[in-house]
Write a protein that binds this ligand. Structure first.
Ligand SMILES: NC(=O)c1ccc[n+]([C@@H]2O[C@H](COP(=O)([O-])OP(=O)(O)OC[C@H]3O[C@@H](n4cnc5c(N)ncnc54)[C@H](O)[C@@H]3O)[C@@H](O)[C@H]2O)c1
Length: 355
């Protein structure tokens, strides 16, 4: 088992990464106390809820809320339902919310814990690769409104994060690969050694070998933790995490959020940003090819679908990150392992979208 301590405002919390952690009662005993509300979705609960029995056996007052799976569940009405469950459970300030699932469950349950009695413990137990390397670390919680995603929320650091990589064995291929895109992102923006490791271990990762998974999650979490801490001191570092995302959001919006998983769109967006970096002379020629090669080996598409109109995509990017004159602030690469935020001219972006 690897343990990474993540620092935040007032303290630190541990992220445990290992195999069999859902049933490792000693880890759970450090973080679960008071009355306990377990929140999960039907898919995850079907696979893994019963494994929590040993960890929670000694807890006398506990309840569970199992929601249907899917982004549509990240709503204020489900948030209210969790709050009402906590009231019915008689939860006091020492109560614990356990979020067992992907980023949807983590964000929703985390936000309920953030608000109930102005903040109770949440233990994040992420079960998708995306949630393990991203959503469960950093303390962002929230829900969607009809007017937009993540419009209401709060920062609420978890008390602990329990990553059992065994849970990844049941994840659908597309969800797994979409998570790998975010893993590659950490290497590309700030960790050249990790990027080289990913190039070497792509096959082991695709085969979901536990050692490779633990290493990939641990190095991703360590990178995210460093960015989040740095951002508390000097605002801006966190923006680097948006590498590939401005292009990716435009692509998701243009295709009505139906065609791509978030990570799939980000993979294409990262390749566009790398190509733009080369075009502007910021990154050496060959940067994009290397990034594209590793993403392809991990089973991710790296090209824009030809039928999308570059002008329409550019308009969507302008909406996403409006900026002075005809400039859009983007995360670009100096090289693989080093990123920079920079305003880019609309015409250059359009050229990349056309290529
Ligand atoms: N808080 C943050 O910092 C942050 C960061 C990134 C993303 N997010 C949020 O995360 C959400 C996306 O997360 P996600 O991709 O994990 O989505 P998700 O929670 O919807 O999970 C994706 C699918 O995988 C299923 N699943 C989960 N674990 C499984 C397992 N082990 N085996 C089989 N199936 C499993 C789920 O039931 C679901 O159908 C979005 O709402 C996004 O806004 C938050």
């Amino acid at each position: 088992m690897k343990v990474i301590e993540v620092a935040h405002g007032g303290g630190t919390y541990p992220v445990y990464i290992g195999q069999g952690l859902l049933t490792t009662a000693s880890v759970w005993a450090r973080h679960v106390r008071g009355r306990v509300l377990v929140v999960s979705d039907q898919t995850v609960a079907g696979h893994y809820l019963s494994r929590l029995q040993p960890a929670l056996a000694a807890i006398e007052h506990k309840e569970r809320v199992i929601l249907p799976a899917g982004e549509e569940q990240k709503t204020l009405s489900n948030w209210q339902r969790l709050i009402e469950e906590l009231v019915a459970l008689g939860a006091q300030r020492d109560a614990t919310v356990v979020a067992l699932g992907g980023g949807v469950i983590g964000d929703l349950a985390g936000f309920a814990a953030a608000a109930y009695m102005r903040g109770i413990r949440v233990v994040q137990v992420p079960t998708t690769l995306l949630a393990q390397v991203d959503a469960a670390v950093g303390g962002k919680t929230g829900v969607n409104l009809p007017a937009g995603k993540n419009l209401v929320g709060a920062f609420h650091a978890p008390h602990g994060v329990i990553v059992d990589v065994d849970t990844l064995s049941t994840l659908e291929d597309r969800d797994f690969r979409a998570g790998l895109a975010e893993v590659v992102k950490y290497g590309a923006i700030r960790d050249a050694g990790f990027f080289a490791w990913l190039e070497q271990e792509a096959d082991a990762l695709l085969a979901r070998l536990p050692d490779a998974l633990m290493e990939a999650v641990a190095r991703s979490v360590a990178n995210k933790a460093e960015v989040v801490v740095a951002d508390e001191r000097e605002a801006g570092e966190r923006a680097l995490l948006n590498f590939g995302h401005t292009f990716g959001h435009a692509l998701e919006t243009a295709t009505g959020y139906q065609r791509y998983r978030h990570g799939e769109a980000v993979a294409i967006g990262m390749c566009l940003a790398a190509r733009l970096s080369e075009m502007l002379g910021i990154a050496p020629v060959g940067t994009r090819d290397r990034l594209q090669a590793v993403l392809r080996r991990l089973g991710l598409a790296t090209d824009l679908p030809p039928e999308l109109d570059p002008e329409a995509l550019l308009d969507l990017m302008r909406l996403d990150k409006k900026n002075a004159a005809d400039q859009i602030r983007l995360v670009l690469l100096h090289e693989l392992g080093q990123a920079v935020v920079q305003p880019c001219p609309g015409n250059d972006i359009k050229e990349v979208l056309r290529a």
